[in-house]
Design a protein around this ligand. Structure first.
Ligand SMILES: [Zn+2]
Length: 271
């Protein structure tokens, strides 16, 4: 599933192509793509509007219109591609097509069909569900340490909770916990200030570095017309079970934590 760096990569790629374009039409070959709204209701809100901003919030892509926003979530296998006039593009798994001025089309393709888009007049309901942005200046080590206080949950599921911190998923949580030397099942609230600071630093460093490499492609992630991310070569525990830890040579293990496949070094991340 695309996480913060992959969504940021898509946003940076699309932004210069979408800014200033006006939406002239909308079709949904997979009508559930706008659920719970009907595709016609969505079209009524957005057709005729001009795109004035393209940004990311957590794992959401937000298109700021001259009135309201389109929010879009890629989920497991969603891809967004801008097609030029006359460009047939890949017709497989198309769930939605936004027609733009100059006959360009923003095409949403999604093999598993979990991806969704919708219209919000006001972003407040979305903001209410999302925790802080891990790369924002407001997300300091002190704030992170305070947020962990009183949280009796295991640290991994807490970091995956989009209402606690926005944008992290399975890959970057495993990598950040390894870098900070914290077991994924450790209790969040019992982390020392020094451990919390190490985890805060690891989260920001790993996300930033992955954005610089256009994200991680394990199976599915692509942006533009088939470009893939290069952060996979930097992964230190994710999908490395059985291989030696790059720090201590203990074999990396895969366990289940909160129903998620979880990779760790049992020596570097002793509980
Ligand atoms: Zn190790």
């Amino acid at each position: 599933m695309p996480e913060l760096p992959e969504v940021e990569t898509v946003v940076r790629h699309l932004r210069p192509q979408l800014l200033g374009r006006t939406i002239t039409g909308f079709t949904a070959p997979w009508p559930k793509v706008t659920a719970p709204a009907h595709p016609d209701a969505f079209a009524r809100e957005v057709v005729g509007r001009t795109i004035g901003g393209v940004r990311r919030r957590g794992k959401f892509i937000l298109l700021q219109l001259d009135r309201g926003h389109i929010h879009l979530h890629l989920r497991m296998t969603g891809r967004l591609v801008l097609a030029s006039p006359g460009d047939e593009g890949d017709q497989r798994h198309v769930t939605a097509v936004v027609t733009l001025s100059d006959s360009h089309r923003l095409i949403f393709r999604d093999m598993r069909k979990f991806g969704r888009l919708g219209y919000l007049a006001d972003l407040a309901p979305l903001e209410a569900k999302l925790g802080p942005e891990p790369l924002s200046p407001e997300f300091t080590a002190e704030r992170f340490y305070q947020l962990l206080q009183g949280r009796r949950r295991q640290i991994k599921p807490l970091l995956l909770d989009q209402g606690f911190i926005a944008g992290l998923g399975n890959i970057y949580v495993d990598e950040a916990l390894f870098a900070a030397g914290i077991h994924p099942r450790a209790e969040a609230a019992s982390q020392s200030a020094a451990k919390a600071e190490a985890l805060h630093r690891a989260i920001r460093h790993i996300l930033q570095r992955s954005i610089e490499k256009n994200g991680t492609t394990i199976i599915n992630f692509q942006y533009g017309t088939g470009s893939t991310g290069r952060f996979r070569e930097d992964l230190r525990v994710f999908r490395r079970e059985g291989e030696p830890c790059l720090v201590c040579s203990t074999p990396v293990v895969k366990i289940r934590v909160a129903q998620r496949g979880t990779h760790l070094c049992p020596t570097c991340q002793a509980i």
